[in-house]
Each structure stands twice: as C-alpha cells, then as structure tokens.
Design a binder for this molecule. Structure first.
Ligand code: GDP
Ligand code: ZN
Length: 388
C-alpha cells in the first residue's frame, strides 16, 4: 500500500527509479490508473512457468502471473512487458495487468498471428549481427531484416496486420569481427554493400575484440530496448558482453528477493546497459530462425512490391507473365536481378514454412500449382493448335 508514498508519482519519468529500464512519460500515463489502485509498476526481466521476475522501484521481485493468464497465447506475460504488480506487502504477489505493448517479437506457429508465441516485447531496436569472418551473404541480411520487420506494434498485433517501417522496431546491422578485415577500403566497401541492400538502415562495422565501432553501437542502442539477432557464431554473446561491460553471467545471476521475501539466484533476460538502453536476450530469441518474416518481406523489398502493383495480373509471380512490371524493371536495369531472386526465395521459404503448419494454405498453394499447370498446358495446346 505504501509504495505510492515511497515512490511519489511527482517524480518526473526520467528521475524514476525505473528510467534505466525504459520507463518514460508514456508508460507513466498508461500506468496512472493502476498507481491510483496502489499497484507497483515494473518491467518483466524473466519469465518462468506461472511466475516472473519483475524489476520494480524496490528492485527485482518475483510475482505470480496467474491473474493475467489468458487463453490467448499472445497475451502471456513476456520478457520486456511493463506490468502492474501487487504492492510488496501482498502475499502472494500477483501481476495484475499487462500494459499495452508498443512492439512485440512474435514467432508465428501458423499463418494466423493469434497463434504466435511472443518472444520479447517493447523492443525499439533489432540489432542484426553478421560476421565478417565469412563472405557477406546479402540475401541472408535481407532475410534477417524481414524478420526484424516482423516485430509488430502492439496495436498491429491486435489487428493482425503488419506494421510500417517507422512505427515498429528499428533494425540496425552490425558487421561483427571487423578486426578480421584489415584493409579499410575493403571494409568501407562491405559497409556500402550492406547499406545499399538495406536503404535507411544504420550499418556499423564493429569489433568486440579491439573495440572499433562500439561507441557508435552504444549510441544507437543507448535509447530504448534492443535485441540481438543473428546466426550462431555471429558474435552476439561477445557483443552483449562488450555492451554490458562485464561478464554477462555474473551480471545476470543476481540475488533477488521473491514475492515471499526469500533470496533467490536467477538469470535475467533483460538488462539495463551501463551506457544507457536495455538489452533483451532470451534463449527463445537466440534460437530464432528465418521463418515467418512474411509481414516484413514487403517492407524490405518495398520497391518490388511497388512495381508489382503495376503488373497486369494481381497474382503475378514475375516469372514469364505478360505485362510484368517487375521483369520489365529487371530488363531495364532498374532492379538488380539478385534482389528479385532473394525476394522470390524468401517468399517461397515463407510459404513452405507456413504451409508445414497450415493445411489451408497448403491446399491453396496446391490449387495454385494445379491452376498454373493447367494454364501452362492450355497455352501449349493453343500454341500447338496455331502451328498445326
Ligand atoms: P554467438 O553465437 O553469436 O553468440 O557468437 P559468440 O559471441 O559466441 O562468438 C563466436 C566466435 O566469434 C567466438 O569464438 C568469439 O571469440 C569470436 N568473436 C566474437 N567477436 C569477435 C570479434 O570482434 N573479433 C574476432 N576476431 N572474433 C570475435
Ligand atoms: Zn509481375
């Protein structure tokens, strides 16, 4: 009950003890009705079955999530969520409500978004880590960008639609292990190649080993919440350590007080960075693959989708259809053929992955193949008819 008194709301949002976790005036406004009920604000730093660790103005506390357990898997409490918890004299202590999410990183388990699994929420920056130890694969970067784009806004989630480039999490590409590219001219060219692939996306060459590029990265993630994405071995953990400035495991294994006043040693999946900003790193996110980036595909390949609107057939596959504006752009040299190939590959991959779990879409794709086959045969017969 006394929490409202201990942490007067007269404190401005930036002086608030939760400011390091990303508390701002927006959250303060969302939380106001719950503050009036004597509830305590906090950000979820880790989720367990039925329980979670919440960073509150009193430190990290353990709370039960039973009260907000909904039937909708999209509304399950997740690392990154802002919540209202019972005051500290409550036993048991419950999470009472989930503040509306600004963004969410969702792994879709089918083509219907409502079936998704939420991996992290309220993310501002998706840091895509790509190692310079191997040859740059621009196609892979495009796929990760599409994945980053699929981090939807909370509103968009409710309406099951994709969100725009501006309103979602901002992607950043980090070319890691930059120390392995010793020639500065070569390095500049690599950065340029990635910049051309991802117009408007910041690209940073960084080395956790020699420290190059780290201040730029710190500045980019210093405001808001970030997640690191990338293949295993891309250097994500090393980069996280560099940002955190200490060994991650030491920082993460913190002695916290649970809802019953006991000390527990837990691992946090959400950390306030010493240089500002917040980093979320969950096992679920680390294992994220390149599936279901559908909503992001159109944003990464915006120019192709734009051209496609001018194709004669609205379901044009941009292969050999007459009146195809996309092929015309390739032929005219305005669209690199590699771009079109990556786009196709990504669309195909997405369809295949979604189709694995979605019988309806599978049937649709099969119908499409049949129709194309029948059209092809009809066209052949027409041609043969003309020739004989
Ligand atoms: P993760 O799987 O993405 O978390 O990758 P890790 O952080 O575990 O790094 C994979 C390997 O790359 C390790 O052997 C690191 O030592 C190495 N590595 C990470 N960052 C750098 C760097 O800046 N320069 C070099 N040369 N190697 C690095
Ligand atoms: Zn076309």
């Amino acid at each position: 009950m006394s929490n409202a008194l201990l942490h007067p709301s007269s404190l401005s949002a930036v002086q608030h003890p939760l400011a390091v976790y990303g508390w701002d005036e927006g959250w303060e406004a969302e939380f106001a009705p719950y503050a009036a009920q004597g509830l305590v604000p906090g950000r979820v730093v880790r989720v367990d079955r039925g329980q979670c660790d919440v960073a509150t103005p009193d430190g990290v506390v353990r709370a039960d999530t039973e009260f907000v357990v909904p039937r909708d898997p999209m509304k399950v409490v997740c690392t990154g969520d802002w919540v209202a918890v019972d005051p500290d004299d409550s036993d048991p202590r419950y999470v009472r409500t989930l503040l509306p999410r600004r963004t969410a990183f969702v792994r879709s388990t089918s083509s219907k978004r409502s079936d998704g699994q939420v991996l992290a929420t309220n993310i501002d920056h998706v840091v895509i880590c790509v190692s310079l130890a191997a040859e740059l694969d621009l196609g892979r970067i495009e796929r990760f960008l599409a994945l980053a784009m699929s981090a939807s806004s909370g509103e968009a989630l409710l309406h099951k639609s994709a969100l725009s480039w501006e309103s979602g999490a901002q992607p950043v590409v980090v070319l890691t292990k930059a120390d392995l590219v010793t020639d500065p001219v070569t390095l500049a060219h690599l950065v340029q190649d990635v910049e051309n692939t991802a117009p408007g996306v910041p690209v940073v060459a960084a080395s956790a080993h020699c420290g190059d590029g780290l201040d730029i990265l710190r500045a980019l993630v210093g405001n808001g919440t970030s997640v690191l994405l990338g293949q295993s071995g891309a250097g994500k953990s090393t980069l996280a350590n560099a940002l955190i400035g200490e060994d991650v495991m030491d920082v993460r294994a913190a002695r916290d007080v649970d809802g019953k006043g006991r000390h527990t040693t837990t691992t946090r999946n959400l950390l306030a960075l010493p240089g500002g900003g917040v980093l979320i790193d969950t096992p679920g996110l680390r294992g994220v693959g390149l599936y279901d980036a559908q909503s992001g595909v159109g944003q990464v390949f915006a120019e192709i989708e734009e051209l496609a609107e001018r194709c004669r057939f609205h379901d044009c596959a941009h292969e050999s259809e007459p009146g195809c504006a996309v092929r015309a752009a390739v032929d005219g040299g305005e669209l690199p053929v590699r771009r079109l190939e990556s786009y196709r590959k990504l669309i195909r991959e997405n369809q295949w992955i979604v189709a694995k779990t979605d019988a309806r879409l599978r049937a649709e794709i099969r119908r499409d193949w049949k129709r194309k086959g029948a059209e092809g045969r009809a066209a052949m017969q027409a041609k043969q008819g003309r020739w004989t």
